[in-house]
Each structure stands twice: as C-alpha cells, then as structure tokens.
Design a protein around this ligand. Sequence first.
Ligand code: CA
Length: 233
Amino acid sequence: MSRILVVEDESAIAELISINLRHAGFEVTMAASADQAQYEVDRVLPDLVVLDWMLPGQSGLALARQWRGAPRTKELPIIMLTARAEETDKVSGLDAGADDYLTKPFSTNELLARIRAVLRRKAPEALDSQVEIGGLNLDPGTRRVSREGSEVKLGPTEFRLLHFLMTHPERVHSRSQLLDRVWGDHVFIEERTVDVHVKRLREALERVNCARMIETVRGAGYRLTQQISALQA
Ligand code: CA
C-alpha cells in the first residue's frame, strides 16, 4: 500500500484530501507544518508528499528545496498545492523540485490522477501494476509471483522487496535505501535485516530458477537484473 504524507495547515482541506486518498486505497499521514512534515519523513519515508505552499513558519516551497538537497529525500515525489495561480509561482514550485503542481481549488479526482501519474513515473512500486522481468511475473493486485505457470510463495516482506527491485531493475540499491523504500525505516532496523530477507527471497526464487536475478554488488548493495538462466532456458 502506498504511503502518502499530506502537509497542509488548513485542517478542513487536509481532512478532505486524506479521506479521499484513504478511500482510494492510500495510507495517509498528516502534518500541519514543515517541522511536523520533517518529523514524519524522518520517521518513515513516504511514497509521495502532497505539500501545501503556504504553511505557518517554514513554507512548503522552502521545505521542498530542503528535501531536494538531502540525499535521503532527493527523489521523494512531491506534489505542490497552492492558492496562487500565477505562472511565476508554478515555475518557482517546479524549480524548488516539485514533480507536479496543483492550484486550489482542485477536484479530488484531479489530485488522484496527478498522484498516480507521479507515482508511475517515480515510484511504480507504490502502484498495483503487474511487472514482468526475465519471465518472472509479479502481480501486486493478487500478490502472486510466478514464472511459466509455477507459482513462487513469498512472505510479505520478500514480496515487497521483490516488487521494489522489479520496479527499479538494473540499479544498485544500498541496504539503507532498501530499508527506506521497502521497510519504510532506515534508522531503527539493522541493515543486516536486508541480507536476511534477500537470502530468503533468493531461496524462494531458486525454485523457478530466478535466484541469480538478485545480485550482490560488493560494498554497494543489491541489484535485480535479467537473469542468465532465463536466457539459457
Ligand atoms: Ca496552507
């Protein structure tokens, strides 16, 4: 399930957005200021942030800039909300690193469509689309993984890990990045935990000859790649 952080100080708007997002199947956390938003992001990295420009204290614009400058949040998908429709504002919002920009008032359907579009582009693991790599199929809707009709049984964590790796193939992910993106926590869980679950995932994938898709990159982390045995088969 995708985690969305809604940063908005006007509680009526925050409530309305949250109710609609929850209804659409998202897990929602709310923050009413930049400080609270930072606290929530430090705690659990969300899949996407809906960020209001006008906040008490630090503005949403400054916060977006700050997040773009920090290694852990530089890829964090951000949709900026504003009451101001001027073109220059839109440009500043996008310059500050927002992935998209919505002017109030907006319809919930439009917000949902924008959220899905940004997630598809930046965090496809947060959506329910099927993924297929090297004959290995993963369907988040039915939580099934299979290859050539043979099903692979996975625990919930291994499933999320494989889903993340399959939606970001050929890239090396550090243990700390995986903890953030798969577990939602990079502080309180030991990095060794990642190794334990990778080992379990490989064992499960071995049954369909796909264990070698998960590569260990020495000193860097893990990568999912088109596996060799699939090509030989
Ligand atoms: Ca506001």
